[in-house]
Design a protein around this ligand. Structure first.
Ligand code: SF4
Ligand code: SF4
Length: 216
């Protein structure tokens, strides 16, 4: 799911400074789940704009605002209200906003910031699990993504900063490579585990200075 958050209303009003009348497009998919583009969210935005002196010529909430043929039909059905508007405000991700701006030849502004591709932990709480790297390696890592979940994006085992299973970034965060190891162990994937290297022991590195070899 694409995670979005609403922009500050001051920024939205800034975009709409020269637009008296606005048509709002929501999104009944990811944005509705993020409470940034569903029915209640669109109604709240509509009231906020009216309270700020704008006219709202109409609203529509496509099932998926990133689906261009679907959005095209929704916008066509609302064409007379769209024509009354000076601008469109899209309460969806960047892909949804671009779908609308591709179809309608009017100023189109985003009401949301698009944050990441994430999973819902519970309502209103999301975690980034995939960075869309284009070459998924989850089959080799027990279904846990180090590209996204290791702050350094390390691909072959824990770094030297790992301490007692925790990430060097924070004591509250598990090292993703430890989680991958545990998962592969649970699944009995010894062959995959053998490819994970131990953290490098930098205490073995010689300190800068001269090296004197013991010679007979
Ligand atoms: S490896 Fe990670 S970032 Fe890449 S596609 Fe798979 S889950 Fe997404
Ligand atoms: S401790 Fe683990 S998760 Fe944290 S940066 Fe190092 S390898 Fe990545």
């Amino acid at each position: 799911m694409i995670i979005t958050k609403l922009k500050d209303i001051k920024d939205i009003l800034g975009y709409l400074e020269k637009s008296d009348s606005v048509f709002i497009v929501g999104c009944n998919s990811c944005a509705a789940q993020c409470q940034t583009g569903g029915e209640e969210d669109v109604e709240r935005m509509s009231n906020l704009l009216k309270d700020s002196g704008k006219k709202v010529s109409g609203t529509v909430i496509p099932d998926e605002t990133c689906h261009i043929p679907l959005v095209k039909k929704c916008l066509k059905d609302n064409d007379s209200d769209i024509q009354k508007a000076d601008a469109l405000l899209v309460m969806a991700c960047g892909a949804g906003t671009q779908a609308v701006s591709t179809i309608v030849n009017k100023k189109t502004f985003p009401a949301c910031d698009t944050l990441f591709l994430g999973d819902v932990q519970r309502i209103g709480n999301f975690t980034e699990y995939c960075s869309m790297c284009g070459e998924c390696i989850l089959g080799e890592t027990g279904g846990i993504c180090p590209v996204t979940r290791c702050p350094k994006g390390i691909m072959n085992g824990p770094c030297g900063g790992m301490h007692k299973g925790k990430c060097e970034e924070s004591d509250e965060k598990d090292c993703v490579w430890v989680k991958i190891w545990e998962r592969l162990q649970d699944l009995g994937c010894e062959e995959m585990m053998s490819k994970i290297r131990s953290p490098k022991d930098y205490s073995k590195k010689k300190k800068p200075g001269n090296l004197r070899l013991n010679r007979r």
